[in-house]
Ligand binder design. Structure first.
Ligand SMILES: Cc1cc2nc3c(=O)[nH]c(=O)nc-3n(C[C@H](O)[C@H](O)[C@H](O)COP(=O)(O)O)c2cc1C
Length: 237
């Protein structure tokens, strides 16, 4: 029989196997079916994500989930602002520059996306058109906005990042597709006004979600990861 962790329902092999499968399977979906996710399934995802760890257990994440007409009103407003070239209204400073290996990885994932869509290298107009799809939520029927409490600063945002990961994994386990979107945070002021957020809330990112359109080519590629050897330094003596 497989080894068990005390009081655990599943064997160690099952536990790590499922976690690994979910992490390996998950990818950022950029095309969705119009089918809505029922409220019980969404609440299941949210209940699991609530277990996220946070500094001092402050649990700074607050989440708006827009669906149906409300999602459509929000989509029209943010799409209009983005397509008019407005934005750069982040609550948190975005990356200043991608250099070295970070630039390499950014390029690799960008070219994977563009190659899959048949967009030629350097076709800036096509890049911009694809980027605008962020503001259609890639056709997802639901969009979540994750926001934190301003006095908690960057660590509040880190806690929200952990929440986003757990949300995505729980959604994956329930057969849903997700995409985290910092592109939405580029319009933090609009989001605060649109959803009447108090002044002390700061937008971290969005997550568009629903059932991924597995037949769409944009969902057909998978990004790479650096090895543990490239990432971790063991210090023993
Ligand atoms: C915090 C965060 C913000 C992101 N913002 C966007 C975004 O605005 N638009 C987008 O298309 N992808 C966005 N992504 C998705 C990343 O590009 C993606 O996670 C990365 O390329 C790895 O690919 P994978 O998620 O398919 O494994 C974001 C991911 C994270 C974690």
């Amino acid at each position: 029989m497989d080894a068990k962790v005390p009081n655990a329902r599943y064997s160690i092999d099952d536990r790590i196997g499922v976690l690994e499968e979910l992490l390996n399977e998950r990818y950022s979906a950029r095309a969705f079916l119009p089918r809505e996710v029922d409220r019980a399934t969404i609440e299941h995802v949210l209940t699991i994500a609530q277990r996220t760890a946070s500094w001092c257990n402050s649990q700074p994440w607050q989440v708006i989930i827009a669906s149906g007409e409300a999602k459509e009103r929000f989509r029209k407003e943010i799409y209009a602002e983005a397509s008019n070239g407005l934005g750069d209204d982040y609550d948190f400073t975005p990356p200043r520059e991608y250099v070295g290996v970070y630039l390499d990885r950014r390029r690799e994932s960008g070219f994977q996306l563009y190659n899959t869509l048949g967009i030629a290298r350097g076709d800036k107009a096509a890049y911009a058109k694809q980027a605008l799809e962020n503001y259609n939520f890639f056709g997802a029927p639901h969009v979540a906005i994750i926001h934190t409490n301003e006095p908690l600063g960057i660590y509040g945002a880190i806690d929200c990042g952990a929440y986003v990961s757990n949300f995505m994994l729980a959604a994956q386990a329930l057969g849903l597709g997700t995409i985290p979107q910092a592109a939405l945070a580029r319009h933090s002021g609009l989001i605060r006004r649109h959803f009447n957020l108090p002044d002390d809330r700061r937008v971290v990112c969005g997550i568009s979600f629903g059932y991924a359109d597995n037949a769409h080519k944009v969902n057909s590629y998978r990004t790479s990861r650096a090895s543990v050897a490239e990432t971790v330094t063991f210090v023993d003596v």
